[in-house]
Write a protein that binds this ligand. Sequence first.
Ligand SMILES: Cc1cc2nc3c(=O)[nH]c(=O)nc-3n(C[C@H](O)[C@H](O)[C@H](O)COP(=O)(O)OP(=O)(O)OC[C@H]3O[C@@H](n4cnc5c(N)ncnc54)[C@H](O)[C@@H]3O)c2cc1C
Length: 386
Amino acid sequence: MAPVLKSKIAIVGGGPAGCICAYFLRQKGFQPVIFEKNSPLKTLLPTGGGRCNLAHAEFDLRELAANYPRGEKFLYSVFSKFSTAETLEFFEKIGVKTYVQDDFRIFPVSDSASDVRRMILEAISGVRICRENVCAIKVLQGGFEVRSESCAYFFDKVVVAIGGHSAFEILKGLGHTILPPVPALCALKTKENLSELAGVSIQYARAQFGKKSLCGDLLFTHHGVSGPLIYKISSLMARESFPYKISFDFVGEIELQEILNSNPHKSIKNLLAEFVPKSFVQYILRVSAIDENLKASQINGKVRDKILKSLTAFEITVISASKGGEVVTCGGVSLDEVNSKTMQSKLVKDLFFCGEVLDIDGFCGGFNLQNCWSTGFLAAQGAGNE
Ligand SMILES: Cc1cc2nc3c(=O)[nH]c(=O)nc-3n(C[C@H](O)[C@H](O)[C@H](O)COP(=O)(O)OP(=O)(O)OC[C@H]3O[C@@H](n4cnc5c(N)ncnc54)[C@H](O)[C@@H]3O)c2cc1C
C-alpha cells in the first residue's frame, strides 16, 4: 500500500480535542489531516443534555485543576497556557456566544450543542477529514505510518485524539503505558435491591464513603443510585475496587425525639415525609418492620433510633458501575509519559496526545471539554513547532 497523502501532520480522532487541535494548527499555517471513523464532532451532540456545557466559569487555574480526580497536577501547566479565558476567546472568535449559568457552567447562548458543532466545523472547513478507521500507528524512520482498513499513509507527526471510549489497540507498539479505562461519572449498581425506590430523588444528601464525604442530590434507579452526587462519587472512587459502601445522611442534625414530642398525634409516615420523600419513608419503615400508621406518641426509643439510623446512616453497598451510561472514562495514556507543555510523548518524538485519550478526567460541569480545548491547543502548539 503506497502512502498517498502529502500532509505533515495527522490527527487521529475528530472529536472536540482533535478538531480544536486542527483549528490551531491551521492558525499556524499547517494543513493537518483528521482521521475520523464516524462523523466529526458527533460526540459533542449529547453533551450537556444537548446544550453543550463547554466550560466552567473558574478562572483560577489551581481551582480549575482541582476538579480533575485524574490529571490535576499535569493540568497546572496546561491551564497556565490555555484555560477558561482562552476557551471563551476561541468560541467568541468562531462566532459562538456563551453565557454563564447560576452554577457557573458555561453554555452557548443558543443552548445547542449542534450549533457549537456546526460553528467548529465551519471554523476548520478546509481541513481534510478522512472518514477512515485507523487500525494502527507505526513509528518509521523519520515519521509515522497511519494505517486504516484500506490504506497506509505517511506523516511527519501524529496527534492522537481518539477519546477515552476507544479501543486503545492502535497505540500498541508505541510503547506507552495505558491505564485501563474504567467508567467515571456514572450511575452505580448496588447489592441492595432498591428498585421500588426507582425515580425517587433526595436533595442535599450527605454521603460518607471511604474517608471522604460529599453533599449533593441523589436519585434512586432500578439498579442502584444515580444523580450529581453519585456521579461525583463514581469519579472519586473510579480506581477503587468493588464492593464499597456509601452511607447517606438525608436529614442532617434533627432532634427526632423533640419532633415526635411536638407532634404526638401525627402518623410517623406523615411526620417523616416532611423531611424526605414519602415513598422513601414508606420504604424505610417497611424494611425496618415499623407500622407506618403508628402515631408519633407510640414511637419508643428503640424504634426512634432505628428510624434515625435509616435517615442518617442509610448504607448501600456498591457492586459496580452501571455500564454504558458513563460520561467519561478514567484511564488512558499515562501522564508520566507525556510532556505537559507540548503534549508530546516523552517516548516517541513527534507523537502527541490530546483530550480524553490521556489519563485525565474531570467532574461534571464543563471540565472534560475544557481538558479537550486546552490539551488540543497545546498539542497544536507542540506539533506545529518546526
Ligand atoms: C452523554 C455525555 C454528555 C457529556 N456532556 C459533557 C458536557 O456537557 N461537558 C463536558 O465538559 N463534557 C461532557 N461530556 C464528556 C465529553 O463529551 C468528552 O470528554 C469529550 O467528548 C472527549 O473528547 P475527545 O475529543 O477527547 O474524544 P471523543 O469525543 O471521544 O472523540 C474521539 C473521536 O475519535 C474517533 N476515533 C476513535 N478511534 C478512532 C480510530 N481508530 N480511527 C478514527 N477515528 C477514531 C471517534 O469516532 C471520536 O469521534 C459528555 C459525555 C457524554 C457521553
